[in-house]
Ligand binder design. Structure first.
Ligand SMILES: Cc1cc2nc3c(=O)[nH]c(=O)nc-3n(C[C@H](O)[C@H](O)[C@H](O)COP(=O)(O)O)c2cc1C
Length: 214
């Protein structure tokens, strides 16, 4: 079977947020789709190891912030490569509470949902949410998953449903220059040497966290 075929499926890039008792939790997700319009219903596929999954199950509510092409990469590093279990992800990211759910200010629309069903698969829970409120529309271009990979050169961690084995990922980006790979998020930096003041644009790690791959 050729996994490249699945790579031709299209997605956006979103932050899924929810409540964690008196705090908040959230993570990056590409797997959001609209299921129906009467009533408005959406679905998100969330890995059971994600702390956000545990929190959504408890409070039965989640928000979707639609990221745009200008979204600060720090948002992706924070929400896609760290866990809300140990990090307050909303501390340094501008947000506002809408129906008690934190929504990113830097987005091009938001959707607030109440969970009406949750279907378990082997690794992921499919949360089906009925839309309670949506807004924040603006003219910015929504970030697509393809843009994330091809323009921002972002990578995808294991918990994403669309994860590709690391070997394939490295083969795909391998060209002629030296390649330095971030040990935390897998971002590839192409250059002969990696500058000492370099910080990973995806997850903010220093140059010491990069390894030469060949
Ligand atoms: C581009 C991208 C897309 C992702 N898509 C999903 C997704 O659709 N579902 C999922 O469960 N995890 C996805 N992830 C992984 C989670 O965002 C990641 O595991 C996160 O650290 C979980 O945080 P949490 O423990 O606070 O919930 C994605 C990550 C990235 C970088």
């Amino acid at each position: 079977m050729d996994p490249k075929i699945l790579g031709n499926l299209s997605y956006g890039v979103y932050v899924i947020s929810t409540l964690d008792q008196e705090k908040y939790a959230g993570c990056l997700a590409n797997s959001v789709i609209q299921i129906s319009s009467k009533p408005y219903t959406v679905l998100v596929s969330m890995h059971r190891d994600n702390y956000t999954n545990v929190c959504i199950k408890k409070c039965k509510k989640f928000g979707i912030s639609i990221l745009n092409e200008e979204t600060d990469l720090n948002v992706i590093g924070t929400f896609g490569f760290q866990s809300s279990k140990s990090v307050n992800k909303f501390h340094n990211i501008r947000n506002q509470l809408i129906q008690e759910v934190p929504i990113l200010t830097d987005s091009c629309g938001y959707i607030i949902c109440s969970v009406v069903d949750a279907i378990e698969t082997s690794t992921h829970t499919l949360f089906i949410g009925e839309v309670e409120k949506m807004g924040g529309y603006n003219e910015k271009s929504p970030m697509t998953y393809r843009y994330y990979h091809e323009v921002l050169k972002g990578t995808t961690p294991k918990n994403a449903p669309t994860y590709i084995e690391q070997k394939n990922e490295e083969e795909r980006v391998f060209k002629s220059k030296k390649k330095w790979k971030c040990k935390v998020c897998g971002y590839i930096y192409e250059a002969e040497e990696i500058p000492k003041d370099f910080l990973c644009p995806i997850c903010g790690q220093p140059h010491t966290e990069f390894v030469l791959i060949e």
